[in-house]
Design a binder for this molecule. Sequence first.
Ligand code: G1P
Length: 294
Amino acid sequence: MKVRKGVFLVAGLGTRTLPAAKTIPKVMLPLADKPAIQYVVEEAVAAGIEQVILVTAAGNQAVEDYFDTAYRLEETLAARGKEKELAELRALKEMAAVIGVRQHEPLGTGDAVRTARSVVGDEPFAVFLPDDVIDGQPPAIRQLIDVHETYGGEVVAVMPVPREHVDRYGIVEGAEVAAGVRRLRSLIEKPPVGQAPTNLAIVGRYVFTPAIFDYIDRIPTGAGGEIQITDAIDALAQEGEVYSSEFTGTRYDMGDKVGYLSASMDLALKRPDLRPGLVKYLRSLDLDRLDSPS
Ligand code: G1P
């Protein structure tokens, strides 16, 4: 069955992105001139996702509003003849059908996915953690959907990370069945450095079948006192088929301040309208001087 629905977990508090994310949902922080969530939704749409399900929380209505009609703004743009800006806003709304569901308490990624259960229904679906912005061709989630269409089952995106960083991620372990594809034996959320079975870290892209919901219901509270999606996938891997896919593309971590700044710079450099000015500015920097503390 075709993967048509994408669940986007946007309810996070953004504690790593403070103070900027105090009153703005972190996925609304701009990379170049677009909020991070737009890149992630564009990735989904380019991969064939037709329905965007936003799992939001109190205080982050801005994400839903972003994909809704901005009536006053559109009327004003129309009255002032600002056709280009108007077309851009309208295109944004037409990108996909957007549905919002509410997570009532910050109980973790497993609970957030479960919140979307009735909207997802009985079909496979994609899950996005929009803190992870991935610039990839084909889109990272498309690469996962291809693995799902070949092997069936659940699929998680992974990438190798330095050994000393394994405690920041979900870590997977399994046997390779094709280049970059593993059938997983176990997944563990944020293992202590030295206890991780591998350095293959989960990145925030998943393809699930509806079977995942029963496993979310069964697992106990995990790392950080939260219901972790990694634990539900691990439980499923003991009885069913779970694959990992080492995607190609560049992943940026919005929660890491240098990662955030790098994403903004790289994505702006890819834009023909922004690149020349930015390159000119970068050339003007005296890089040797930057090596000494400011
Ligand atoms: C989440 C997941 C973790 C994954 C990470 C990728 O953790 O729980 O398994 O490796 O995203 O960004 P978080 O960064 O939300 O703590």
